[in-house]
Ligand binder design. Structure first.
Ligand code: GRF
Length: 208
């Protein structure tokens, strides 16, 4: 089961996926998938060195080299499809995708977001959870639709917000949770347990 991962930054989620796929320091495979390519829109993304260390092919495609989103997304599709992915995994990829890109990968494009969706779509989620006085916070993995952070949620990891929490302390705990949750979901997709058919999320063949 072939996964292509899109990144813009640190790539700690990419690392968690590589580790689960047996492509990290420890070669034991926990899920039936492999990361076959990593695409970054930033040449300086630390995620690229993680991919290189794992022996995974990388591509850098800067959105700045394109006059519009359509052109950038079309170029991405060409690069990504050359890796023949079963799934495209957004892991800290900081560009908004066009409806054409999303439609091209419908049902095989997933994202991880640092909030309990549908709460706190967009940026600065940890501070916003604190400002809202939320007693729980966490992360969500969802299928991507044209609506930003709005596609069907597959799984969430919840954690309690403590009185002494800051945006930084929350971010650290949510990040750790992401590293558990994302590989688990990729494993479900790889094993065929989880599928998205238009309008229906199926788990073990049953609608969620
Ligand atoms: C994560 O918090 C993820 O939820 C968000 O971007 C961040 C990426 O972190 N979409 P990393 O690059 O995987 O460390």
């Amino acid at each position: 089961y072939r996964a292509v991962v899109l990144v813009s930054g640190t790539g700690s989620n990419l690392q968690a996926l590589l580790d689960a796929c047996g492509q990290g320091a420890d070669h034991s495979k926990r899920i039936g998938a492999s990361v076959v390519g990593v695409l970054s829109n930033r040449a300086d993304a630390l995620a690229l060195s993680r991919a290189a260390r794992a022996g995974v092919a990388t591509e850098v495609l800067s959105h700045r080299d394109f006059s519009d989103r359509e052109g950038f997304d079309a170029a991405m599709i060409e690069r990504i499809d050359a890796w023949a992915p079963d799934v495209v995994v957004l892991a800290g990829f900081m560009r908004i995708l066009t409806p054409a890109f999303v439609a091209h990968y419908q049902g095989r494009l997933i994202n991880i977001h640092p909030s309990l969706l549908p709460k706190h779509k967009g940026l600065n989620t940890h501070q916003r959870a604190l400002d809202a006085g939320d007693s729980e916070h966490g992360c969500s993995v969802h299928f991507v639709t044209p609506e930003l952070d709005g596609g069907p949620v597959i799984a969430q990891h919840r954690l309690s917000v403590h009185q002494q929490d800051s945006a930084e302390s929350l971010a650290a705990r949510v990040h750790q949770a992401e590293h558990q949750l994302y590989p688990r979901v990729l494993g479900w997709l790889a094993s065929g347990r989880l599928q998205w058919q238009p309008e229906a999320l199926l788990f073990d063949g049953r609608a969620l």
